[in-house]
Design a protein around this ligand. Structure first.
Ligand code: SF4
Length: 361
């Protein structure tokens, strides 16, 4: 297919007098010449203007629980229609979705913003997640879906690496309700250079500050702990301290277990004790809502009340097993307010998961 008919002209672009165009969707700020394509593989210059080639094209669609993102403090138990396009602005050597994210081809089924929203409603979803690959690279498409979704009463969630720009934050502020921002290896410089292909994590911190100051987007932080190469406790402490000082002690943080994938098949799964040590450090730094992810049944999947130490939300994997908060989300034992937006929408029924469909794959 000819590039000039693929997708739609991008909004996030800045033409230069030289004839090149700077893409302002992500912090790579690719300078793209005529006929060239940016590093993500889905934005390129045609006839002097930047196009988003994957506008209107979805490579996968599933219905997931919101807890899978992971998001635990926003609309718990929600069913989330989750979509992705091809491409990514990062080159993670451990990516579990590499088949989608590292594919430098414009592929997938055609789906207008209206059709994506219709599909989400058809499957009785509570919202739409833009996930599996980095959504800021298709920000304009997500924006148009998200605006329509909101009109239909759906929430919008990004699962993102946070490697954005102020222009991207501004656009996201128009439709996004929640973002879970994924650090890897606690954002440690050597790790992100070698295994992600970015110079440093500084733009992620800038994005978080912009989101905090200029939007109402609910934020959660995740940190993928990769054994042997991305499990520094000092780096985790620096990250937790930054989150505490800049986003506040009530910001949820999730330490995720790595499993061998893509180019890092030789590494083991993250030992559970390593994740527990990271959680301990987060608590020492004053963070009050600290979770372990990808270890179903672990006690640190639960939410504990900072007031009395009791379990207030009991979870197993993506399921909510028990909810011990009153109608204003206060601990029923001591009355401490827990910063969770919303009440559970779905719970595990008779021990069976409520989420079944794989819609586009
Ligand atoms: S979104 Fe893609 S084209 Fe734009 S700056 Fe990032 S990697 Fe480059």
């Amino acid at each position: 297919m000819k590039l000039e008919v693929l997708g739609r002209e991008a909004v996030l672009q800045r033409p230069e007098p030289s004839g090149r165009v700077i893409c302002t969707a992500c912090a790579r700020y690719c300078r793209i010449g005529e006929g060239q394509i940016g590093l993500c593989g889905v934005r390129g210059v045609v006839n002097g203007r930047l196009r988003l080639f994957v506008y209107g094209r979805v490579i996968t669609g599933h219905v997931d629980p919101i807890e899978k993102k992971p998001v635990t403090h926003y609309m718990p138990g929600s069913k989330i229609f989750s979509i992705a396009t091809t491409g990514c602005n990062w080159l993670c050597a451990y990516c579990q979705n590499f088949d989608i994210s590292q594919r430098r081809k414009v592929e997938g089924v055609e789906a207008s913003p209206e059709q994506v929203v219709e599909m989400a409603l058809k499957y009785k979803s509570d919202g739409i997640a833009y996930t599996y690959n980095e959504p800021s690279i298709f920000m304009e498409y997500a924006h148009d879906i998200g605006v329509l979704a909101r009109r239909s009463g759906l929430i919008n969630i990004f699962v993102t690496n946070g490697y954005w720009t102020p222009d991207s934050v501004k656009m996201a502020g128009e439709f996004l309700d929640c973002a879970t921002v994924d650090f890897k290896g606690s954002g440690e410089k050597e790790f992100v250079r070698r295994y992600i292909g970015i110079p440093d994590a500084e733009p992620i911190f800038q994005t978080l500050l912009e989101i905090r100051d200029k939007t109402k987007i609910h934020l959660e932080i995740t940190d993928l702990i990769v054994p042997e190469i991305g499990d520094s406790l000092e780096a985790a402490r620096r990250l937790c301290r930054w989150v505490y000082e800049n986003l506040g002690p009530e910001t949820p943080i999730h330490f995720l277990r790595f499993h061998p994938d893509y180019k890092l098949l030789h590494l083991p799964w993250t030992p559970v004790e390593t994740l527990e040590r990271h959680c301990e450090i987060a608590r020492q730094e004053g963070l009050q809502y600290v979770y372990i992810g990808n270890v179903p049944g672990h006690r640190l999947e639960n939410t504990y009340c900072p007031g009395c130490g009791e379990v207030v939300v009991e979870r197993h994997g993506y399921d909510i097993l028990d909810w011990r908060l009153d109608e204003k989300n206060r601990c029923i034992k001591c009355g401490h307010g827990i910063p969770i937006v919303g009440r559970p929408r779905h719970r595990r029924v008779n021990g069976r998961s409520r989420f079944i469909p794989v819609i586009w794959d």
